[in-house]
Design a protein around this ligand. Structure first.
Ligand code: NAI
Length: 251
């Protein structure tokens, strides 16, 4: 019996990077996958992921929808329920960064990061808790960041959004623990994806590496492994926690 046999999982922003690795990992362990992507340019990658997931023997479908839009998230969850019949796991992974020193940051940049990173978590969580309450089980996993714990120059909006996710996660864990709905956050360190590609070159890369006790960037699959743990009954007594997956950067 696989860890997530016949469970239904939502993953936002899964056409590439960490989201894609999470979708593949949960499917490897038996979960059916409903995932989102936002831009037209991701459509081919999304279609290819649907086909790879299907080859793994699970049901899979992609929706093009903006996680930062409340009405669109409501519609997406209704569609998933219609098509898959249940939602057992919700992984709020979609995220962006618009790095800029505070002196130069515009209100528009701030709002965009808040909408995609933080409001999206509210949008999706608010929709999935009803079916989870009915089923008296559920696991919600929110992608924070070690930047949300430590802060970083040039990343005030990103850090604020990721810190906000942590407060939200703990509050939801308090509110819904009695319904057997768990809510946890993952705080990745530096993970090799398109988002961090630019950090891998030159002196900056060495400076980052020197701060990581394990001496390397993490892989998206390693975030998938942590997500699998929090999604499955292996973590049945874990809620309201922030799991740092950062090679020791956050010690
Ligand atoms: P990525 O940029 O490779 O992927 C982000 C995904 O989110 C993309 O598929 C994108 O299409 C999707 N997305 C963006 N805006 C969206 C929206 N409005 N609605 C739906 N989907 C949207 O980034 P990566 O590295 O895979 O990051 C995934 C998550 O992990 C993000 O929340 C990020 O903040 C977080 N994270 C990443 C770290 C890293 O080192 N790569 C470190 C800490 C946290």
């Amino acid at each position: 019996m696989k860890l997530l046999q016949d469970r239904v999982a939502i993953v936002t922003g899964a056409a590439r990077g960490i989201g894609e690795a999470i979708a593949l990992k949960l499917a490897e362990h038996g979960a059916h996958i409903a995932f989102t992507y936002v831009s037209d340019s991701s459509a081919d990658r999304a279609a290819s992921l649907v086909s790879r997931l299907g080859d793994m023997g699970v049901r899979a479908r992609a929706w093009q929808t903006n996680a930062g839009d409340f009405a669109a998230s409501e519609q997406f969850v209704a569609d998933v329920l219609k098509e898959f019949g249940a939602i057992d796991v919700c992984v709020n992974n979609a995220g962006i960064s618009k790095d800029n020193l505070l002196l130069r940051m515009t209100p528009e940049q701030w709002d965009e990061v808040m909408d995609v990173n933080l409001k999206s978590v509210f949008n999706m969580t608010k929709q999935v808790i009803r079916p989870m309450m009915k089923a008296r089980r559920g696991s919600i996993i929110n992608m924070s960041s070690i930047i949300g714990i430590r802060g970083n120059a040039g990343q005030s909006s990103y850090a604020a959004s990721k810190a906000g996710i942590i407060g939200f996660t703990k509050s939801v864990a308090h509110e819904l623990g009695s319904r057997n709905i768990r809510c946890n956050a993952i705080a990745p360190g530096f993970i090799e994806t398109d988002m961090t590609h630019y950090l891998k070159e030159g002196d900056a890369a060495k400076a980052f590496m020197d701060k990581i006790p394990l001496g390397r960037f993490g892989s998206a699959e390693e975030i998938g492994n942590a997500t699998l743990f929090l999604a499955s009954d292996m973590s049945a007594y874990v809620t309201g926690q922030v799991l740092s997956v950062c090679g020791g950067l956050n010690i």
